[in-house]
Design a protein around this ligand. Structure first.
Ligand code: UFG
Length: 340
């Protein structure tokens, strides 16, 4: 059985679908603070299988231990559960340290107590900050975090590294996600931002459906071909598959060391204006947008060198930007239709 913490969330739910499709038994733990219980029904609709669901806040150490006591056949954990809004983390850093570090520690303490060895962690390309040289490889130097959120990812990786040194039985893989976007092709699950979206693609889809009046593009005076920022946008289903590959690597003991980390991106840099233009073209939508000043804290450009993940993990992003932006729009429309 694979325990997915935060398994009802955006990346978690897509990963649960891929795990079930690969015939793993799945236990979802989620506190539903940033997700909805209906997601479990949707996962069942897509896969024909229902994951076990437990609503638990992993900050509660006793409840976390009781969970491991109850489910004795947990073989591996994918730890998605975390708060992820960069701006909110600046305003409320303690929430981020308590949620993201506190929960990680409780899960790792329970793993130690109950003898569970395998761990996959949701890390982020935020650990690279603004790199001097692009694309970034796994050897690219880490930079001090620009936000408490980013710092929780840095600290979490350090916790895994230190624990792996001290405990040879423990095995962990950190997946450094670039920018996950898009939705499941069924249109049944996707990103569900709380309130006004801060990420680009949900803002784009909500503008297209009339929920937001205008998209702001944060800056066109960067040192990039069209002046807008560049990111590596990875389809969420491709990203989900990387987790299944990582789990198999651990369970089959194919890991080269007991703490590994991989860049999970497409290897392609795409600008904000390219996202907007491609979205308009493939979905035949006209977006209302304006160029405004730069957003504080944004890095200018980043994209991944993915050859290590391609060769060593045996994983590669497959989906095109066109189909990814079609899936995002399909999901937004389906979701709004259900809400009516
Ligand atoms: N952007 C806009 N308008 C918007 C929203 C975003 O122009 O309304 C631009 C941003 O300025 C940026 C790009 O779109 O250039 C992508 O922005 P996102 O907010 O979607 O993503 P970020 O790259 O800023 O953040 C992502 C993750 C974070 C993570 C960070 C690491 O969401 O969790 O990458 O670099 F910390």
């Amino acid at each position: 059985m694979i325990l997915t913490t935060g398994g009802a969330g955006y990346i978690g739910s897509h990963t649960v679908v891929e795990l079930l499709n690969a015939n793993f038994e799945v236990l979802i733990v989620d506190d539903l603070s940033n997700s909805k219980k209906e997601v479990i029904d949707r996962i069942e609709q897509i896969t024909g299988k229902r994951p076990i669901f437990q609503q638990i806040d992993l900050k509660d150490k006793q409840k976390t231990f009781e969970l491991f006591q109850k489910y004795k056949n947990i073989e591996a954990i994918i730890h998605f559960a975390a708060s992820k809004a960069v701006g909110e983390s600046v305003e409320n850093p303690l929430k981020y340290y308590e949620n993201n570090i506190g929960s990680l520690l409780n899960v790792m303490l329970a793993m130690k107590e109950f003898g569970v060895a395998n761990f996959v962690f949701s890390s982020s390309c935020t650990v690279y900050g603004q790199p001097e040289k692009l694309p970034v490889t796994e050897q690219t130097e880490k930079k001090p975090a620009e936000s408490p959120y980013g710092n929780t990812k840095m600290i979490s990786e350090d916790i895994l590294k230190d624990y792996a040194v001290a405990n040879k039985n423990f095995k962990a893989i950190a997946l450094r996600y670039f920018n996950p976007i898009g939705a499941h092709p069924s249109g049944l699950i996707g990103e569900l931002p709380n309130g006004v979206p801060t990420n680009l693609v949900p803002y784009v889809t909500q503008t297209a459906c009339g929920l937001r009046s205008k998209l702001s593009i944060f800056g066109n005076d960067y040192n990039t071909p069209d002046g807008s920022c560049i990111r590596d946008y990875i389809n969420v289903v491709d990203l989900a598959e990387a987790h299944v590959v990582a789990i198999k690597r651990l369970l089959e003991c194919k890991n080269k060391s007991n703490f590994e980390f991989f860049n999970i991106g497409t290897g392609e840099g795409v600008s904000v204006l390219e996202i907007v233009n491609t979205f308009e073209k493939v979905n035949k939508q006209k977006l209302n947008y304006e160029i405004v000043s730069r957003r504080a804290g944004d890095i200018e450009k980043i994209w991944a060198e993915t050859s290590y993940a391609n060769t060593e993990l045996g994983w590669k992003a497959k989906k095109s930007l066109n189909e990814t932006l079609i899936s995002a729009w399909n999901w937004e429309q389906n979701y709004r239709a259900i809400q009516k």
